[in-house]
Each structure stands twice: as structure tokens, then as C-alpha cells.
Design a protein around this ligand. Structure first.
Ligand code: ADP
Ligand code: ASP
Ligand code: MG
Length: 403
């Protein structure tokens, strides 16, 4: 007998038929004698729908009330799934954030789970019951309802696996596992059998939304092995675990992309020590994350241009801070939102020379201009015009032997 956390994403519980199908998967697992805690997302599209309702009232909808609203989606699926299991004569019960409780710390809409009370649910599992709990939600020390960020049910699943000392954590979703790139966009993408935490963390941070980055980070920190698999097929999924036992014969494991960055160029800033620090210090104090940075070589040794990227959501705040910054002088600020970041990720890159050159050559063969670059030991990202995104992903997927 093992203890498992099973997490079902939005598409997996998107309709009543699908919830009934999920109930059958759970029933089978239970019949093999396993103790089960099931984490559910809201029905697909529900959270977006709720955000839209809030925006219809105000673009600055109160964040405490937003959390009360958004977490309602998971309440619905918890009850429906428990009801479906009970209908199948299986002992099951739902708990909400405040009933468990799932304690969180941090700001509304962006909290993180710090603890869960385990005794009551453990006792229920000992009595052969199945616990159904909501992803994405928690409760603060003050007793306010909180949410933990978009895609946060993955993080709830991993935190549950850790706090309940589960033997396995399985993430059920609408694709067969983690692929070399998004299989819904690039059909020649291949399923990856095993992947290290580090590579998965890079891939998900760079846009592969199949796993939420903070969930991968927690799994890596506490060495919780994960499996991503499909709700709709019986095929083996992808195992995510620590680095040993993985074959790195390929330099690149996957290609990811995201369209949530924006490029900002400050034209005509003084070319002297301290200017970059003066530009970026107030941004960092405002919690704005600057990703790629390029400083042009000054042609007159007096002024230069500095280009950097921030998340699109942070653009207006960034421009506001730059405009009110008395420590810098410049001619103009230019902004481009129609950009995409395309990245190759692979632990094998460390030991393979020439990966950078190969990536740049491939993009130039497709006449794709590189606007900015950033690297780490196991990833290489380039910023390009948004319209070239899929062309670039396809090309890189092919030349790094991933098709
Ligand atoms: P869930 O609702 O189950 O949490 P998500 O929509 O959050 O599912 O994540 C699954 C989706 O992630 C897939 O449908 C797929 O389009 C997308 N995706 C992006 N990159 C990848 C990748 N490298 N491998 C697998 N899926 C990916
Ligand atoms: N329902 C939440 C969202 O859409 C959490 C999740 O699905 O993981 O972001
Ligand atoms: Mg998800």
C-alpha cells in the first residue's frame, strides 16, 4: 500500500463526463489498496471567466475579494468529484482551504503554502476514505481566503505530497507528459521519458505551462519525484526527479517559448559608471523583474542606449518609474510589446560546445533577427519578433534532433 497525491487539472475536470471519468480512475487506484489525496483545479476556463467578471466591475478589483471569487472554482470541482465518487459507492469527502486548513503566507493572489493540518485527513485515509482537496487556495493567518498564483494547483499538489509524506505525486493533465516542446503547437514534439528538476524548472519558467514553476521548485527542494501523465490515455507519463540516472546524450532536451515579455529601450543615456545601477535599482525596489539586458557600444563615448525586458504586466509601472527617476537623463524611451522569448534548455549543453553558435546560425538561416540574448548553464534564450515565434521553435526543434 502506498500513499499518493493525484492532481487533476482544469481540462481533466472540465465537464461532468470528465469528472465521472476521473472518478473511475480514482476508484481503480483505491481498489489497488492505495491511500489517496486528490487535488483538483477549477473546470477549464472557469478561473479566467471569474477574472473577467471582476474586471467588469473594476480593473483594480480589490485583491482580497478577488481571492474569494477566484477560489470558488475549485470548491465546485471538489464537491462534484466527491459526489461522483460517492455515486460509485466509494468513500470520499471534500475539504476546503479553511477546513483543512491550508495555511499560506504572502500577498493576496500570490500567496504560498506554508503548512497544512494533516491529522484529520490522515485519520480519514486510515479509515479507507479518499480526501478531495482544492488546488490553488489557502487561508492566511488572519483567516482571509488566499490564492497562490495561476496554475497553482500544481503547487498545492507538491506541497500536499511533502506535508503528508506521500510516496508519489502524479499530475494528471490533457497531454501524455512533458514534451520536447508544446505538442499542441508543434505536432512533431516528442514525449520525454525522464527529466531532471533543473531542466523542468527552466522549461516551465520559460513558458512550458505543463507544470507551474514554483511547484517544480518545491519538488526539487524536497526531492519529491513527480510524474506528469494523461487523464485521457493509459500511456506512461514523464518522470521528473533529481539529476542522476538521466541520459544526457542530447545537448538540448526541450524548446520553450513565451509571449509575456516586453522590450524597453532607453535612448541616449550617459555612458559612464553608475548609470545602469541608477536605472535598475528603483525597478528592483518596486519588485519589477528585469530579465535580458543589452547596452550598446557608445559611438561618441558620451551617450549610449540600454535595452532590457520586463513582463508585459509591468510595462506601465516601469515607464512611470523611469520617467520620475531624477538620477538619469535620456533622449527617449521606446517600447516594443510584439516580442517573444524562445529558449533551448538542456543539462547536456554544459558538456557540448557549439550550441550557441548552432542556435544563432539556425535563426539566421530563417532570417530571424535576434533582439536580445540571455544564458545560464543549461539554457539559452533569445528575444525575437513575436510573428516569428513558431517558425523559430520549429527550426530549433529540428536542428537539435528533437523531431
Ligand atoms: P492543467 O489544466 O492540467 O494544469 P495546463 O493547461 O496547465 O494543464 O498544462 C498543459 C498544457 O501545457 C498542454 O495542453 C500543452 O499545450 C501545454 N504545454 C506547453 N509546453 C509543453 C510541453 N513542453 N510539454 C507538454 N505540454 C506543454
Ligand atoms: N484554477 C487555477 C488557474 O486556472 C489554478 C489551476 O488550474 O492550477 O490558474
Ligand atoms: Mg496547469
Amino acid at each position: 500500500m502506498v500513499k499518493k497525491v493525484l492532481k487533476f487539472g482544469g481540462t481533466s475536470v472540465g465537464t461532468i463526463e470528465r469528472i465521472q471519468h476521473v472518478a473511475n480512475i480514482i476508484k481503480k487506484e483505491h481498489q489497488s489498496g492505495n491511500k489517496l489525496i486528490v487535488v483538483v483545479s477549477a473546470m477549464a476556463g472557469k478561473t479566467n471567466e471569474l477574472i473577467k467578471l471582476a474586471n467588469d466591475i473594476s480593473e483594480e478589483f480589490d485583491s482580497r475579494e478577488l481571492d474569494v471569487l477566484l477560489t470558488s472554482g475549485e470548491q465546485v470541482t471538489c464537491a462534484l468529484l466527491s459526489g461522483a465518487l460517492i455515486k460509485l459507492n466509494v468513500k470520499a469527502k471534500s475539504w476546503l482551504n479553511w477546513q483543512i486548513p491550508i495555511l499560506t503566507d504572502g500577498d493576496h493572489t500570490n500567496s504560498r503554502i506554508i503548512n497544512m493540518h494533516v491529522e484529520t485527513i490522515n485519520k480519514y485515509l486510515d479509515e479507507k476514505g479518499i480526501a478531495i482537496i482544492p488546488g490553488f487556495q489557502g487561508i492566511s493567518k488572519n483567516g482571509d481566503v488566499t490564492s497562490i498564483g495561476r496554475g497553482g494547483s500544481d503547487a498545492t499538489a507538491v506541497a500536499t505530497a511533502k506535508l503528508f509524506s506521500a510516496d508519489f505525486c502524479e499530475i494528471y493533465t490533457d497531454v501524455d507528459g512533458v514534451f520536447s516542446t508544446d505538442p499542441n503547437k508543434i505536432p512533431v514534439a516528442k514525449k520525454i521519458e525522464k527529466i531532471s528538476y533543473d531542466e523542468m524548472l527552466e522549461l516551465s519558467s520559460l513558458g512550458a505551462k505543463v507544470m507551474q514553476p514554483s511547484a517544480v521548485q518545491t519538488a526539487m527542494m524536497y526531492d519529491i519525484p513527480l510524474e506528469v501523465r494523461s487523464t485521457f490515455t493509459d500511456r506512461k507519463g514523464t518522470k521528473i526527479f533529481s539529476q542522476e540516472n538521466i541520459d544526457y546524450s542530447k545537448s538540448v532536451t526541450g524548446v520553450a517559448y513565451s509571449r509575456d515579455d516586453s522590450k524597453i529601450t532607453i535612448i541616449g543615456v550617459a555612458d559612464k559608471p553608475g548609470i545602469a545601477a541608477n536605472i535598475f535599482e528603483p525597478l528592483s525596489k518596486a519588485q519589477i523583474n528585469v530579465d535580458m539586458v543589452i547596452q550598446n557600444i557608445s559611438s561618441d563615448h558620451k551617450t549610449t542606449d540600454i535595452t532590457f525586458t520586463v513582463k508585459r504586466d509591468d510595462v506601465s509601472k516601469t515607464k512611470q518609474i523611469l520617467k520620475t527617476n531624477s538620477k538619469i537623463n535620456y533622449k527617449q524611451i521606446v517600447q516594443n510589446e510584439k516580442v517573444a522569448k524562445v529558449s533551448i534548455v538542456g543539462a547536456g549543453m554544459v558538456s557540448t560546445p557549439g550550441v550557441t553558435y548552432k542556435m544563432f546560425r539556425a535563426l539566421s538561416d530563417e532570417l530571424i533577427n535576434i533582439l536580445a540574448i540571455s544564458t545560464s548553464e543549461i539554457k539559452l534564450s533569445v528575444l525575437i519578433d513575436e510573428e516569428n515565434t513558431l517558425k523559430a521553435v520549429k527550426k530549433l526543434h529540428t536542428i537539435f534532433d528533437l523531431d
